[in-house]
Each structure stands twice: as structure tokens, then as C-alpha cells.
Design a protein. Structure first.
Length: 226
């Protein structure tokens, strides 16, 4: 009888379904097909890198998708019922990842356009009220804590699409929405130039975002106050 009981117990144990580990790494596997196993991004132009970006920035974007300020149905659906605390844990997880950067994109624009992108990124265009990207995103474009993202490791089509979203109001952030203000001063050629130049930049030796308050931001930015 004891042998039969042991056999039944063993059979029951064998039939018990395998459970995934209760870790954040396991929980965010749903993100991997679009953003890569470690948040490094994929070959798809429109699925961006998440790894190493400031947690405050990632958290703000998760909120924006959940609340509909950024519109992409799969993201809106996945995040619709997730609470703030869980979104913050997701953001902190990907912020801590240090996945390698992809190879920089080979520019397919003229040298003149590429030079315009470099000028806008490093110096801006005061005549058009366009501040330099480096003022907020850092001279190495690695972002600044707690909520300004790095701009490296992104494909030109993605950069162009996001700048277009701000220009046309399909992507918004907390007021004052500084990126919508800046993007509103860009024309199509400026967007093309910035996308080409930024996507061609190699990753720096230290991709860590700059400390909070260390960059000379030219205007108030609502998302940064978080």
C-alpha cells in the first residue's frame, strides 16, 4: 500500500504544470518579441531600445500608452489595466539592463543634410528657436536622470516618426510638453537631418545617463519633474 501511495504521489507531482519563475525578468518576456530579450531593441525600425534609459522616462512612456497619450494599440491594450506601481517596476527593470548597442546606421542622405543634422543636434538653430538636442539629452546623447532619454541605438525611421508625432500632436507628454514645442519649430528637412545624424552615432564608452540637473535645459519640461 505504501508503494502504491508513493507511486500515486509521484504521478501527481509529474502532472503538476511547470511554473515560470516569479521574477520581473519572466514577467516582461511579453516585451521581448518587440523590444528584445534584454530591451536592446530588434531589427524592426519602430520597436525601440529600452535598455539603460532612465527609469523615469520609461515609466512616463508606460503611463502615456496606458492613458492614450501615445497611441499604439498593442501597447495600449497590454498596459490598460496595469497599476502605477507595476509600471514603475517594469521601468526600473529595463533601466538597469545594459544590453549592447546595435551597429550605427549608415547614412543614406547627402553630406549637406547630415551636416544640418549635426548642427541641430549640437548647436540648435537660434533663428528658428530650436535648442540643441545636446542641451537636454547630453553631449553624448545618453540622456539625463530622471526622465530624459538617450537618443542612441535608435533607427532613423523611428526617430523621424517620433519627431513627427510631436509635430502633429499624436504624441504628447506632461505639460509643459517641451518636445512638442521644440518639434513644432522643425520642418521636414530638419527631421530628416536629425534622424540621419543621430542614428549614425556610435555608442559612447559610458552610456550612463547624466546626473539630474547637470545639463543646461533651455526650457521647462513637464515630464522631467517626475
Amino acid at each position: 500500500m505504501m508503494a502504491a501511495g508513493a507511486a500515486q504521489s509521484g504521478a501527481a507531482a509529474a502532472q503538476e504544470p511547470e511554473r515560470a519563475p516569479d521574477t520581473m525578468a519572466a514577467r516582461v518576456l511579453a516585451c521581448a518579441s518587440c523590444h528584445g530579450e534584454n530591451g536592446q531593441g530588434t531589427k524592426d525600425d519602430y520597436f525601440p531600445r529600452l535598455a539603460g534609459k532612465p527609469a523615469g522616462y520609461l515609466y512616463n512612456q508606460l503611463l502615456a500608452f496606458r492613458e492614450g497619450r501615445r497611441k499604439y494599440p498593442p501597447m495600449n491594450y497590454l498596459l490598460e489595466f496595469l497599476p502605477d506601481a507595476y509600471l514603475r517596476k517594469m521601468a526600473e527593470y529595463f533601466a538597469a539592463e545594459q544590453a549592447p548597442f546595435p551597429k550605427p546606421a549608415d547614412p543614406i542622405v547627402s553630406k549637406t543634410i547630415l551636416a544640418r543634422g549635426e548642427t541641430l543636434a549640437l548647436h540648435g538653430d537660434p533663428a528658428k528657436n530650436i535648442p540643441a538636442c545636446a542641451n537636454c539629452h547630453g553631449p553624448s546623447f545618453t540622456g539625463m536622470e530622471p526622465a530624459i532619454p538617450g537618443l542612441l541605438g535608435l533607427r532613423p525611421n523611428y526617430i523621424s516618426a517620433q519627431l513627427g508625432g510631436w509635430r502633429y500632436g499624436t504624441r504628447t507628454a506632461a505639460a509643459p510638453d517641451c518636445m512638442q514645442i521644440v518639434a513644432g519649430h522643425l520642418n521636414e528637412d530638419d527631421v530628416k537631418a536629425l534622424a540621419a545624424w543621430l542614428s549614425s552615432r556610435p555608442a559612447p564608452s559610458n552610456p550612463t545617463p547624466a546626473p539630474q540637473g547637470s545639463l543646461p535645459m533651455p526650457m521647462a519640461c513637464g515630464s522631467q519633474s517626475n
